[in-house]
Design a protein around this ligand. Structure first.
Ligand code: AMP
Length: 618
C-alpha cells in the first residue's frame, strides 16, 4: 500500500497522483486528507503556499462530491486570479479520472458571459475570486445555495486585500450545514474572526511553525508641506528607478489629477477609479500587469483585489480616513514572501495618524527624508551606468561602426565615457541640481514631544534603514549588486553582515535599486569593508564596493537643510513649480527608457520568484 493509499484515497485519485509523479504525501496532506475524508468537519489549516495544500483540500473534495449530480457542491475562494487559475488547473489534473466532474474558474478581468455559460453547463466545483463571485451571485449567474463544502484558500491574503465584506456576503448565500475548510499562511486576528463567526468547532492543523504574520513590509513616512505632495511623489519615484507601485489617493478626482500629471510629466502612470468604465479599468489593469504602467494611481475601492504579486512600493499620496484601509493598502506589497515598502507622504499635522497606524499594525514607521536632487542624480547616474553595462549589443550596429568610429576617433576613452553618460545625465542634473529640500520641519515626532514608546522600541525601527542614526562619522557605500541579483534590503543586509562578520546594527540604510545598492556603516568599518571587497567574487563575479560621495544617503545631509530651513520652505514652493514646469526635462526621457529595462528586470525576477514558490514544496 502506498502512503497515499493509506490516507484513504480512492483508486481514480491514486492513478492521477501516480501520473503526477507525487511519491509521498506532504505534511499538510498527511494531516488533512484522512481527517476531511472521514469526518464532516470544519477545518482551519495553517500552511504556507508551496506545501501542497491545494491537494490537501482538493483530493478530499473531489472524492466527496457527487459527480453524477450537476449541482454546484464545492466552492473554493482564493484571493487572486492567478491563484484561482492555478487551483483550477490543479483540481482538473487531480480529477482527470473522475467522469463528469466539471471545475470552473470565476475571476475578474475576463468575460463574465463566458464564465456564466460554463457554469450553466453544470459545475460541481467553482473556484472564484471574491469580487467576481459576489458580482455573479448578485446577478443570479451562480447558485451556491446547495454547496456542501466551502474552502477559503489563503484567507489571510483575502482579508488583507479587503475582501472581508465580500466573503461575508458570499457566505451568507451558502447553507449553514456546509463544511468550511479555511487555509491560511498566518493567523492574524481577522482570520480568527472569520473562523469564529462562520465556522463550527473547526479542527485545527498547523504545518511548520505557527506564524503570527511576520511582516515583510517596511513602513516609511515622509513629512512635506501639503503643496509639495506632488513633487515629493515624483522624487520618490525618481529615487527608485525600478519602482512598480500603486499610488493611493483619497478621492476619484485626486486620483485622476495625479495620474494625469504624472503622465504629462513623462511617467508610465495610469488611473484606476470608479468613474472609469469596466472596459477602461480592464485596460489599465492589463497594462499594469504587463508592467507597462509603473505607477498605478488608484482609489481604495477600485484597487481592491489588485492581484499583482510584484508590487515593490505602495505610496500613500494621502492617508486614508480609516486606519483599516491603510493595512489593506500596504498589503498590496510584500506579498508571496517578498519584501515591500509602504511609503506615506504626510504633512506635519497628520503625524498623529502615523502613531495611530503604528499601534494598529504593531510596527514602527521609519521617518525618512525626501531625497535631495543630488541624491537622486547619483542614484540615476549609477542606474544609467549599469543599464549601459547590461545592455545587450545589437549586432546590427556593426554596419554603422566604421562611420561611428570615424566620428569619435579623436575622443579618448575617459572623455567618451563622460560624454555617453552625460547624454542622459545632464538633463537630469539640470532638472534637479538647483531643486530645493522638500522636507518639512518636524518630521521627527520627537520634536513634537511625541516620543512615547518610540525610544524604548528604538531597535524595532531597525530594519535595514537606520534613519535615526547619526550621519556624522557615517559612511555611505555603493555596491554593484541589486534587486536583479535577487537581493532586497533585508537579504543584502544579511549578506553584508555575514560577509563582514559584523553585528546586524553595523549595516544600516540599506537601499536596493535594480542593479546596484547603497548602504551605510560607521566610519570605523570603512577600511575593513573596502579591503574585504577589493577582490571579492560571488559566483565568479566581482562584487565591488565603493564609498559614495553622498555620505548621508536620503536621510542625511541635515545640516544644510536645517540652516536654511526657513528660506528653503519658501523656495520649496518655487521648487515645486520648477518641478512642474521642467517636467519635460530629466524626468521624462529617463523614466521611459529606464522603465523598459526595469520591466524586463522585474519580469525576470518575478518569474524566478514564481518558480521558487513552486520549488519550495518541501
Ligand atoms: P500548493 O502548495 O498546493 O501550491 O502546491 C505546490 C506544488 O506542489 C504544486 O505544483 C503541486 O502540484 C505540487 N505537489 C502537491 N502535492 C505534492 C506531493 N505530494 N508530492 C510532490 N508534489 C506535490
Amino acid at each position: 500500500m502506498t502512503k497515499f493509499e493509506a490516507l484513504g484515497l480512492q483508486k481514480s485519485l491514486l492513478n492521477a497522483i501516480s501520473d503526477l509523479g507525487f511519491e509521498s504525501p506532504s505534511e499538510v496532506q498527511e494531516k488533512c486528507i484522512p481527517l476531511l475524508l472521514e469526518d464532516d468537519t470544519d477545518l482551519v489549516a495553517l500552511a504556507q503556499t508551496g506545501t501542497g495544500k491545494t491537494a490537501a483540500f482538493g483530493f478530499p473534495l473531489i472524492q466527496k462530491i457527487n459527480s453524477e449530480s450537476r449541482t454546484t457542491q464545492g466552492l473554493i475562494l482564493s484571493p487572486t486570479r492567478e491563484l484561482c487559475l492555478q487551483i483550477t488547473n490543479e483540481i482538473k489534473l487531480y480529477s482527470k479520472y473522475e467522469k463528469g466532474i466539471n471545475v470552473v474558474a470565476i475571476y475578474g478581468g475576463a468575460s463574465i458571459t463566458d464564465q456564466a455559460r460554463q457554469i450553466k453547463r453544470g459545475a460541481q466545483i467553482i473556484v472564484g475570486t471574491p469580487g467576481r463571485m459576489k458580482d455573479m451571485i448578485s446577478r443570479g449567474l451562480v447558485d451556491i445555495s446547495k454547496i456542501d463544502y466551502c474552502i477559503l484558500d489563503e484567507a489571510d491574503e483575502m482579508l488583507n486585500m479587503g475582501f472581508f465584506e465580500d466573503i461575508k456576503d458570499i457566505l451568507s448565500n451558502t447553507p449553514d450545514e456546509k463544511n468550511t475548510w479555511l487555509f491560511s499562511a498566518t493567523m492574524p486576528k481577522e482570520v480568527s474572526v472569520i473562523a469564529k463567526r462562520f465556522m463550527n468547532n473547526p479542527q485545527e492543523i498547523t504545518v511548520g511553525a505557527k506564524n503570527a504574520g511576520t511582516s515583510t513590509v517596511q513602513h516609511e513616512h515622509y513629512v512635506v508641506s501639503g503643496r509639495d505632495r506632488y513633487p515629493a511623489l515624483k522624487r520618490l519615484a525618481d529615487a527608485n528607478p525600478g519602482i512598480f507601485s500603486v499610488v493611493f489617493c483619497r478621492t476619484k478626482r485626486d486620483t485622476q489629477r495625479v495620474a494625469e500629471k504624472l503622465i504629462e510629466d513623462g511617467y508610465n502612470a495610469g488611473a484606476l477609479h470608479g468613474d472609469l468604465s469596466q472596459n477602461q479599468r480592464d485596460l489599465v489593469m492589463n497594462s499594469f500587469r504587463k508592467k507597462q504602467i509603473q505607477m498605478l494611481v488608484a482609489t481604495d475601492v477600485a484597487a481592491r483585489g489588485i492581484d499583482v504579486d510584484d508590487i515593490t512600493h505602495v505610496i500613500n499620496y494621502q492617508l486614508p480616513d480609516e486606519i483599516e484601509t491603510y493595512t489593506h493598502r500596504s498589503g498590496r506589497t510584500g506579498r508571496a514572501g517578498k519584501s515591500g515598502i509602504s511609503m506615506v507622504i504626510v504633512t506635519r499635522s497628520e503625524l498623529r495618524k502615523i502613531t495611530a497606524i503604528e499601534r494598529k499594525i504593531q510596527q514602527d514607521f521609519i521617518a525618512k527624508k525626501i531625497p535631495t536632487g543630488i541624491e537622486i542624480c547619483e542614484i540615476q547616474l549609477y542606474h544609467l551606468v549599469n543599464k549601459i553595462k547590461d545592455t545587450e549589443i545589437n549586432e546590427d550596429v556593426n554596419n554603422y561602426l566604421p562611420a561611428i568610429t570615424d566620428v569619435l576617433k579623436d575622443i579618448d576613452r575617459d572623455e567618451l565615457i563622460k560624454k555617453i553618460v552625460s547624454v542622459e545625465f545632464t538633463r537630469f542634473f539640470k532638472y534637479y541640481s538647483k531643486s530645493q529640500d522638500l522636507n518639512s520641519s518636524g518630521s521627527d515626532r520627537r520634536d513634537r514631544g511625541e516620543r512615547g514608546e518610540r525610544g524604548e522600541r528604538g531597535e524595532r525601527r531597525e530594519r535595514g534603514s537606520r534613519d535615526d542614526a547619526p550621519t556624522d562619522g557615517s559612511v555611505r557605500y555603493f555596491i554593484n549588486v541589486g534587486e536583479k541579483d535577487g537581493y532586497d534590503w533585508m537579504s543584502l543586509k544579511d549578506f553584508l553582515k555575514d560577509t563582514l562578520d559584523v553585528g546586524r546594527d553595523a549595516i544600516y540604510k540599506v537601499d536596493t535599486k535594480e542593479s546596484f545598492s547603497f548602504f551605510n556603516t560607521d566610519a570605523e568599518h570603512t577600511e575593513q569593508i573596502l579591503s574585504t571587497f577589493s577582490e571579492f567574487k560571488v559566483d565568479g563575479r566581482f562584487v565591488n564596493v565603493e564609498v559614495s560621495n553622498n555620505p548621508g544617503g536620503s536621510g542625511g545631509g541635515g545640516g544644510r537643510r536645517r540652516d536654511s530651513r526657513g528660506r528653503d520652505r519658501d523656495k520649496s514652493r518655487s521648487g515645486g513649480d520648477r518641478d512642474k514646469n521642467r517636467s519635460g526635462g530629466g524626468g521624462r526621457r529617463r523614466d521611459k527608457s529606464s522603465f523598459k529595462s526595469n520591466s524586463g528586470g522585474s519580469g525576470n525576477s518575478s518569474g524566478k520568484r514564481r518558480s521558487k514558490k513552486r520549488e519550495g514544496f518541501y
